[in-house]
Design a protein around this ligand. Sequence first.
Ligand code: ADP
Length: 629
Amino acid sequence: MAQTKQFKAESKRLLDMMINSIYTHKEIFLREIISNASDAIDKLYFKSLTDTSVGMNKADFEINLAADKEARTLTISDNGIGMTEEELENNLGTIANSGSFAFKKDNDLGDDVDIIGQFGVGFYSTFMVAKEVTVITKAYGSDTAYKWVSNGVDGYTVEETEKPDGVGTTIILTMKDDTDDEKYSEFLDQTKLQSLVKKYSDYIRFPIKMELEKTHYEDADKEPTITKEVETLNSMTPVWKRNKNELTDDDYNNFYMEKFMDYEPPITHIHSKNEGIATYDALLYIPARAPFDYYSKDYEKGLQLYSSGVMIMEKCADLLPDWFSFVKGVVDSEDLSLNISRELLQHDRQLKIIAKNLEKSIKNELTKMLKNDREKYEKFYNVFGLQFKFGIYQSYGAANDTLKDLLMFKSSFEGKNVTLAEYVSRMKEDQKEIYYACGESAERIEKLPQLERFKDKGLEVLYLTADVDEFCVKVMMNYDGKAFKSISDTDIDLDTEEEKEAAKKLDEENKDMFDFMQKAISDKVKSVRLSKKLKSYPVCLSSDGAITIEMEKVLNAMPQNEGNKVKAEKALEINPEHPIFEKLKDLYENDRDKLTDYTKLLYSQALLIEGMSIEDPVEFANLVCGLMV
Ligand code: ADP
């Protein structure tokens, strides 16, 4: 009987941790074992290229799976390079040099087991599902085979054995007994095994074969016949590794729909192959519709990350900036190690370079679409465009250069979507600023009193209808050197010199009346004055400070600002061309009490026009009624 040896202390700790990991993580054991087998085959295949005494061709290499439900065993064998006795000891007796584990030790994450689900820890993951693991291996060039056996808890034994099928490694997992929560016999089910290979190991370069039981229903009257056929479970060449000119749109779309479980084909795909500072293949997709949780915090962005055909991460968030979080796809790079942890990955230089490149190609693709297929772009923009505005705002403008030319707004010209470049290209000769108006919808903005004069003068105004819009343009500050300007800003100046002179005179003449009116609503506005913006409406509100009226609305609607309301500095502006102006002057001379009431009413009207609620509806109703009777 072979002597039982103990695992190194660190290995034991990791084993404990793994055995207690959550069930959904456990299935990755198969991926780990298959990857090891594939690596071992790679090594021998590589040798065979220069050493004819190996006596094998590429087609001879394979990985085999066999499940035996009665014995509760799953056997995974390969005809790779195998292990010597010493290698068995060093490789499977300790995992102290494994990448994931070194990370664990440095950071002391205690019982956090997520790392297992994400990256696996190689061979040891078998103990998540098996109560006993047997490894029979024969190294290339060795005459002796060895058998390693362990139950994961009490250490392991190594002894000499026979291995009639030659060089390579066979791993026999005896599955744990099923419990109420965890059904380990699932891993002996051929359908489950097929789907696990598809999910994690579809692109392993060597065939993964299994003898499958097939049921044939040839004749309705007879019992079905059952046959056994050996099948290759993996497709071996991933779509993204194939040549672009071999692939049709259907190939791309079907892969997308199958892989990302969408029933609609994507708007477009980006297939890129890169060699150089970073070597990788990427196949990215822009979906046609947003997932239901897209604009919620539950949505997780990320691309599937492969290292030489082996999936190492389902959603690698670091590959995508937030503003392109809608992109789906896969990235495959041989520069990344299989056992890299999520935290280490974040600092990986290669990954950063890849992420930068991907961002550029996504931007280029969208720019191209905007230029060549406007309709398609607008369709895309209606679904995901909001994300760009959040991107600019949340990055404090860092994403400006990437996104500014991808933005679109509705505008007062034809009510269509326009880009900022289009707006600037048709600005009036002496126009220095980009005008915008805020409101909850285009229809609402169309009714803003301030808009009339802009339309009259043929000035285009952008319609900012999303909550984030004004915050976005405030962060951008300008586009192409042209500042953004709200049509509600007080210092908006559309007048000629003569018009200005006349307005100034009128303002001075009525200064006392305006002061009186301001006192009547002094808790609400900082000033009452003549308007230079109005045409047919009697009044409007404008804001003086950094906080605009629209921002006041948005900020105060956020739950976190409850009890801490912000207030825009407002001015009540009166249209001197409206008949009400003469009436006010008359009241100032003859009935100041009434002027006070009129002022309050005009203020409330201005609030309503802006789409805000009036502060004291009862007083408003009484005042209106007072006028009526
Ligand atoms: P990793 O694969 O990350 O190195 P593992 O714990 O999975 O970590 O495996 C440890 C080592 O054991 C491998 O690096 C390899 O040298 C050896 N090994 C594992 N499985 C096989 C196999 N099927 N054939 C040959 N060597 C193997």
